[in-house]
Design a protein around this ligand. Structure first.
Ligand SMILES: Nc1ncnc2c1ncn2[C@@H]1O[C@H](COP(=O)(O)OP(=O)(O)OP(=O)(O)O)[C@@H](O)[C@H]1O
Length: 344
């Protein structure tokens, strides 16, 4: 298992006391997966990514039964040990390359810095030339046609698509085992967006890179996605293979998301709210108790004020007292597990 997160909660300071921005999130990513994490704006997707990378506000409280990368406990590493994993074995690309690229350095200078000696595999006197050659190769791999000109350019001279490709090139310079892509094409024009997604699909298929893709809907890379998770207001709702979740979602939220994403011809605009569920997502200051979807869920009953435990049926995990689409066999399994939980 590459990533193994169990019961991760993050508590943030707010004017009226502490709020739980992530509520006992569990997420596993195996080698070779292209795992897409889908949820509306503000649901906590980026916080999960930032918890893996160790970029959480130090004033926030983080609690987890497990936050592991390949069996290493990320919470117990010294900063030196963490640096040897983060940025090398795990890399992240962000929504806006401008937040990441140094405005005062050329693309070549930034790529040189991202390339480590161990990426080159040549004696030290050949490193300088090898580094520049590798920088050019990375841009060629990203599909940057005028790469020589781009190497000499500063970030402000690049189009947003090329800037994003440069950021991906710096992120994958060490051939990370896991690439986290946090809504990498937000606000890009459709042609550039398609190019970036094709590039990610290629990194996954040809270079066997595992990818955690963060998205607001199911419209991107669904053909290539192997596993899907849905998250709502800081709580994971359902996790399983892509086919399981798209063909017969057990969780009403996955169902609403797939209906919105897949049946509407136009893509949801950034920060736009889902139309299929009544009301808006809750404010962090006033989180519903139990299942946070409760007030918006058409199937909610009194039991939903208790947060559902995790149910695991046919390798799919979900948190719901009233799942939908279960066939007779899975319904029987669900009822027997539920019965055991109630009688405990
Ligand atoms: N620095 C911060 N200070 C206060 N609250 C924050 C901060 N960062 C995130 N939050 C809160 O934590 C919650 C989760 O935020 P997060 O950025 O993870 O959401 P997201 O699902 O990635 O949203 P988006 O798709 O809009 O990026 C949000 O409600 C947000 O308001």
């Amino acid at each position: 298992m590459l990533i193994d997160i169990r019961n991760l909660s993050i508590f943030a300071d707010a004017p009226h006391g502490e709020v739980k921005v992530l509520d006992r999130v569990s997420l596993q990513i195996a080698e070779g997966e292209l795992h897409t994490l889908v949820g509306e704006s503000g649901s906590g997707k980026s916080l999960i990514a930032r918890a893996i990378m160790g970029f959480i506000n130090p004033e926030w409280r983080l609690q987890a039964d497990r936050l592991w990368f390949k069996g290493t406990d990320l919470l117990r590493l010294t900063s030196k040990e963490r640096r040897s994993i983060i940025g090398v074995d795990i890399a992240m690309i962000f929504q806006d390359p401008a937040d990441y690229l140094d405005p005062n350095a050329t693309v070549l200078e930034q790529l040189r810095e991202a390339i480590l000696n161990q990426d080159l595999n040549v004696p030290f006197w050949k490193r300088k030339a090898a580094r520049d050659k590798y920088a050019a190769q990375l841009l060629i791999k990203m599909g940057v046609k005028n790469y020589q000109q781009v190497l000499r350019a500063y970030p402000f001279e690049l189009s947003e698509g090329v800037a994003q490709k440069v950021m991906i090139a710096t992120a994958i310079a060490h051939r990370p085992q896991l690439l986290i892509a946090d809504e990498p094409t937000t606000a890009m024009e459709p042609r550039t967006r398609d190019q970036i997604y094709r590039l990610l699909a290629q990194l996954h298929a040809q270079h066997r890179m595992s990818i955690l893709l963060i998205a607001q809907d199911f419209s991107e890379l669904m053909k290539e996605t192997t596993h899907l998770s849905t998250i709502y207001a800081g709580q994971i709702m359902e996790t399983g293979s892509r086919d399981q979740l798209l063909e017969a979602p057990y969780h009403p939220y996955t169902d609403a998301l797939s209906y919105t994403s897949l049946s509407q011809p136009q893509k949801l605009a950034h920060k736009q709210h889902l139309q299929t569920l009544p009301e808006l997502e809750p404010n962090l200051q006033h989180m519903p108790i139990g299942c946070r979807l409760g007030p918006r869920c058409p199937y909610a009953k009194r039991a939903c004020v208790q947060r559902p435990e995790k149910y695991v049926i046919a390798k799919r995990e979900f948190y719901c007292h009233y799942p939908i689409n279960l066939d007779t066999k899975d319904q029987a399994v669900f009822e027997s597990v539920q019965y055991k939980q109630v009688s405990l």
